[in-house]
Write a protein that binds this ligand. Structure first.
Ligand code: SAH
Length: 248
């Protein structure tokens, strides 16, 4: 069964085009993943399809009402005939990481709740499995965060990204940043000319592999030393890292 996503939003028009393009679009078209965009307004019962209201206690802005969200969750739950995994996007959530993406990619189904305005009526959280933030900044809505989470999760589902190896080796997969990549031409004209590192043109697979390991470790050491504390390195990588640290 393909993993399936339900994205609940008041702006389907913001989400749908993203699901139609690129690797996600192809995965949805081929049925490798499923995605449905639910317009929160479809779950209102009043003539004006109101989804928000003023906050109790006063203060600026509007708050997303709980009932339309509950109705949307009820509808999805009765379609699926199973308890839901509901993810609420919020700057107050736990910081979303590659490890979360990996964990969530093994779920059969995820509901992504996109907030707007000042956020959700707090009681929505009674139906939420987990709350995720995509970083320490505040956006106008949860649509982009929901798409970020969905994209990161979907590309780990087998068959979505063409080359499984690229998913296994990239940044964060083992706690290392990715090594530098080059493509043709071998030299870009300029002063000085920009050349591809010689080793990559050498055809020596063993040397290329070692060079890439060194570069990945050097990069991680320089940019994200915090990752090295929990990285899962092989013996060769551990030796390289120890050497680099010795050399300072
Ligand atoms: N006043 C709220 C923020 C509201 S921002 C608060 O301080 O928590 C409006 C909506 O955008 C949120 O409900 C959430 O769904 C989304 N959003 C904004 N920033 C986000 C972030 N960093 N990660 C995930 N969702 C975010």
């Amino acid at each position: 069964m393909p993993i399936s996503f339900d994205i609940v939003t008041i702006f389907p028009a913001m989400v749908e085009p993203v699901l139609a393009a690129g690797i996600l679009g192809r995965a949805i078209e081929s049925g490798t993943i499923e995605a449905r965009v639910r317009d929160l307004r479809d779950f209102t019962t009043d003539r004006h399809r109101v989804v928000d209201d003023v906050p109790y206690g006063g203060g600026p802005g509007m708050v997303l009402k709980a009932e339309p969200i509950f109705r949307a969750l009820d509808a999805i739950e009765s379609e699926r005939r199973a308890p839901l995994t509901v993810i609420l996007l919020s700057p107050q959530g736990a910081r979303f990481t590659q490890a979360d993406a990996s964990r969530l990619s093994r779920q059969a189904h995820l509901v992504l709740l996109c907030g707007r305005y000042e956020g959700f009526d707090e009681r929505v959280r009674s139906r939420v499995t987990e709350e995720l933030s995509i970083g320490d900044f505040v956006l106008t809505g949860g649509e982009l965060p929901a798409l970020v989470v969905m994209d990161a999760v979907a590309r780990l589902v087998p068959g979505v990204v063409g080359d499984e190896q690229s998913v296994a080796e990239e940044s964060f997969a083992r706690g290392l940043l990715d090594y530098p990549q080059y493509t043709r031409p071998a030299e870009l004209v300029g002063d000085p000319p920009l050349r591809v590192p010689e080793v990559l043109l050498s055809g020596h697979h063993g040397e290329i592999r070692r060079w890439r390991k060194r570069e990945a470790i050097a990069r991680t050491l320089e940019r994200r030393p915090d990752l090295l504390a929990t990285a899962s390195l092989d013996d060769e990588e551990r030796r390289i890292l120890a050497e680099m640290r010795r050399e300072g």
